[in-house]
Design a protein around this ligand. Structure first.
Ligand code: 3NM
Length: 219
């Protein structure tokens, strides 16, 4: 896949944005320069069924307008149904190779990993990229486990140089550059973007840090 699409990977669902509208937040983040969006509808009050499908379709349309890939978290059937650009699954979400079979070879498949072994298995089973985390403390994911540290990004990048990596978990604008310099193609974030008051401006600032780090410029 085109690694540059992973540079600033925004993840959100309706439970991450307080009383704001997800489409408004997404539009601001798209204007600010996110390069991928993942719909992750989880937790108390999460939408389901037709409501979730309608939201996914609207997110997809908005992402299409900005030529940004639209990824669905966990729900492979929903991803296929709405024609998402890809799906992202965790270690608990079933057989990676089976998911690849189901979505076909053209769709993006991302897998959450927490060790070198996880990353190798995901790569072998046909993942286009792996998420590695949590790199830092996070409150956005239940049972995220202890931080694995940014060293794991470097280790996986060394062992699997062809596998695009996205760092995740507790990443802020200040920490984003370090994650990129360890060898990640991009950073994935919920709260740093979703909880910000001015989503567009904050996104633009984070994008600036990531772009600078990607080009090897020290901040
Ligand atoms: N997955 P924030 S950490 C969705 O470690 C998710 O696989 C993680 O949110 C993993 O940017 C995480 O607010 C939460 O920390 C990321």
């Amino acid at each position: 896949m085109d690694k540059s699409k992973l540079q600033l990977y925004f993840i959100a669902g309706t439970t991450n944005i307080g009383d704001r509208n997800l489409l408004d937040v997404l539009q601001a983040a798209l204007k600010g320069g996110i390069t991928t969006f993942q719909l992750r509808e989880k937790g108390e009050g999460a939408l389901q069924g037709d409501d979730l499908k309608a939201l996914a379709e609207q997110c997809k349309q908005l992402c299409n307008k900005f030529k940004v890939p639209f990824i669905v978290n966990d729900d492979v059937d929903l991803a296929v149904e709405v024609g998402a650009d890809g799906v992202h699954i965790g270690q608990e979400d079933g057989d990676i190779a089976k998911v690849r079979e189901k979505i076909g070879s053209e769709k993006i498949l991302g897998v959450s990993t927490h060790s070198i072994e996880d990353a190798m298995a995901a790569s072998d089973a046909g993942a286009n990229y792996v998420g590695i985390g949590p790199l830092f403390e996070t409150t956005s994911k239940e049972n995220a486990g202890a931080p694995v540290g940014t060293e794991l990004v470097r280790q996986v990048a060394n062992v699997l140089p062809g596998l695009p990596i996205v760092g995740i978990g507790g990443i802020t604008e200040r920490k984003a550059g370090r994650v990129i310099r360890e060898g990640a193609s991009g950073v994935a974030m919920i709260s740093a973007i979703a909880n910000s008051e001015d989503v567009e401006q904050v996104t633009r600032a984070i994008k600036g840090s990531v772009t600078l780090a990607s080009t090897g410029v020290e901040m």
